[in-house]
Ligand binder design. Structure first.
Ligand code: TXA
Ligand code: MG
Length: 537
């Protein structure tokens, strides 16, 4: 089959439509421009036309079509009832990018609604689409005119590229103004529910409906076996051949990440004015602060990735406001929900037995950009000018732990470590105070850092490990640890052994660990830490 393209503009007369009308009336299908995206149009009342639509798109049989009308009154033929809210919505948003789902009439064939008892109806605002419907005198079933799974077409040439040889005609009515498909709302339940976000925004819908529910599938992947409100949501969508990854976070972090993961045929999809500092090729998809400009170019850009042979594409994430859901909704599907949060704040605990080499690891992570909180320093500082805490210590261990009003740490230690009960008592006083101070410092550090590491020997005992997102445990064999502390603290072998024996066993640490770093020969610290760096930084 030869696929012809005919240009029709808004002011052209009926004669321009003759060929298309003839095709529609004889159960053939044609590419039709609309203000959202191009549609694959056929007679909604003809089973043969509908069958041809499904075939040309390669569309799964259980995904229903939208029926297009040119005037509101045509809806009465298609649905079994028109609730007040539908009239109000139509008054405000029709003709335009809003699709309403209502209980279907007898007249609408099951194949259009894929067996559902409801039908999706839309009155497009594009002059050429409305004229085509009017001149043909038919309700027009039209899904987006792409091959199923591909980005929707916003230009006649996109339709041609997907449908060449499969359909007789594409009407070229210029580039689609909106760029994303219509908003889909169902009015079949008790409360209206948004099934697909589009350029009639949630806020605009709420201005008419009081309350609008948002279907879970709008921004979340379907869970296995979950029932969908709209069959279209369960399919892979809008996908170019390239693997798409959405990167959340600031531009600087975006560049760092992309440059680091720069393999052949990697592209970036960024906002207007960006691209500097990127070591990969890039395309821009609109003004960061103008959501409309993003929705206009989105599908064109996704198609462009195929044209230029991209294998991998990192996309700047649009702002996430509840009113601008459409672009994010389409991008999430294009990326198969593959999203990386670059600015995620991570709190890591770092611990290990004495001499295992926590500080070596901590120094290394600091160089990678982490903020380090040293538990020993906090434990000392927490006692400075802290009258309530000092009073508690005096009550428990006697006033003689003070000399001339100053805490004698050595004396406190002697008293506290004389028995397990006393050690427990000291910890029950000190740990909550230390934890609180660590938390305050961590909150402050997160203002400037994404990764904060709490380096503390007793982080498991104090309970703070449970607050951390992940726990790193540094290990080394006993002999090595002994040598290290003899050297580091200038103590005798006997004292070193006493200290080592006073510690918990390996399982106590390893059971809680998310990462175990073997900090001794023949292991290289770089290798041991690579996974952690990859996951967190
Ligand atoms: O902007 C648009 O809506 C474009 C232009 C061509 O009008 N059309 C379009 O159609 O996007 P399509 O088929 O690509 O998407 C229709 C969506 C699908 O997700 C489908 O599952 C859903 O609407 N849908 C159709 N009828 C439905 C029904 N009765 N109940 C629930 N969802 C329905
Ligand atoms: Mg579609």
């Amino acid at each position: 089959m030869n696929t012809e393209i005919i240009k029709i503009s808004a002011n052209d007369g009926a004669e321009k439509y003759e060929k298309a009308v003839e095709l529609l009336k004889s159960d053939n299908i044609v590419g039709m421009p609309t203000e959202t995206v191009y549609g694959l149009a056929g007679n909604a009342l003809s089973e043969l036309s509908v069958k041809r639509i499904f075939e040309a798109k390669g569309r799964p049989q259980d995904n229903p079509l939208i029926v297009h009308i040119s005037e509101f009154d045509e809806i009465y033929d298609l649905v079994s009832e028109v609730p007040e809210i539908a009239k109000k919505l139509a008054e405000k948003f029709w003709p335009g990018p809003l699709t309403m789902i209502l209980p279907k009439s007898e007249k609408v064939p099951q194949c259009v609604t894929a067996g559902l008892q409801s039908v999706a109806v839309r009155c497009p605002s594009h002059k050429v689409a409305r004229n085509l419907i009017k001149y043909s005198g038919l309700p027009i079933a039209a899904p987006s005119a792409n091959i199923s799974g591909k980005p929707s077409p916003t230009k006649a040439e996109h339709v041609f590229s997907d449908m060449n040889g499969k359909i007789p005609l594409v009407i070229d009515g210029g580039e689609s103004e909106e760029g994303v498909e219509s908003t889909v709302i169902t009015l079949c339940g008790e409360t209206p529910k948004l099934l697909r976000p589009g350029n009639v925004t949630l806020k605009e819908l709420e201005s008419v409906c009081d309350k609008v529910l948002v279907d879970d599938a709008v921004l979340n992947p379907l869970k296995e076996g979950e029932k969908v409100s709209s069959p279209g949501m369960k399919y892979k969508h809008y996908s170019p051949n390239a693997k798409v990854t959405i990167l959340k976070g600031d531009y600087k972090s975006f560049c760092q990440y992309v440059n680091k993961n720069n393999s052949p045929e990697t592209y970036a999809m960024v906002f207007d004015g960006e691209g500097e500092n990127l070591q990969v090729k890039f395309i821009t998809y609109g003004n960061k602060n103008d959501y409309r400009s993003l929705s206009n170019h989105l599908f064109d850009c996704l198609r462009e990735l195929d044209n230029i042979g991209a294998k991998q594409c990192f996309v700047r994430c649009p702002q996430e406001t509840t009113d601008d859901l459409a672009v994010l909704n389409r991008l999430l599907r294009a990326a198969a929900f593959n999203v990386i949060n670059l600015n995620k704040k991570t709190l890591l605990g770092l611990t290990g037995k004495t001499g295992a080499g926590k500080s070596t690891v901590s120094k290394y992570l600091k160089e990678k950009g982490a903020y380090i909180i040293d538990g020993d320093i906090v434990a000392r500082e927490v006692l400075v000018d802290n009258a309530p805490l000092l009073n508690k210590l005096a009550e428990s261990f006697g006033k003689d732990i003070f000399e001339n009003g100053v805490l004698n740490r050595k004396k406190l230690a002697e008293k506290a470590f004389i028995s397990p009960e006393n050690t427990k008592l000291l910890n029950s006083i000190m740990h909550p105070a230390i934890n609180e101070k660590i938390q305050t410092e961590a909150n402050e550090a997160f203002k400037t850092h994404n990764v904060v590491i709490v380096d503390a020997a007793a982080i498991i005992e104090s309970g703070y490990a449970d607050t951390c997102d992940k726990l790193i445990v540094v290990t080394a064999p006993e002999e090595i640890r002994k040598e290290r502390i003899i050297k580091r603290d200038n103590i005798s072998e006997k004292d070193a052994i006493i200290r080592i024996n006073g510690q918990k066993d390996d399982n106590f640490y390893n059971d809680k660990a998310d990462y175990i770093i073997r900090n001794y020969e023949p292991f290289s610290l770089e290798d041991e830490i690579a996974q952690l760096i990859n996951d967190i930084f």
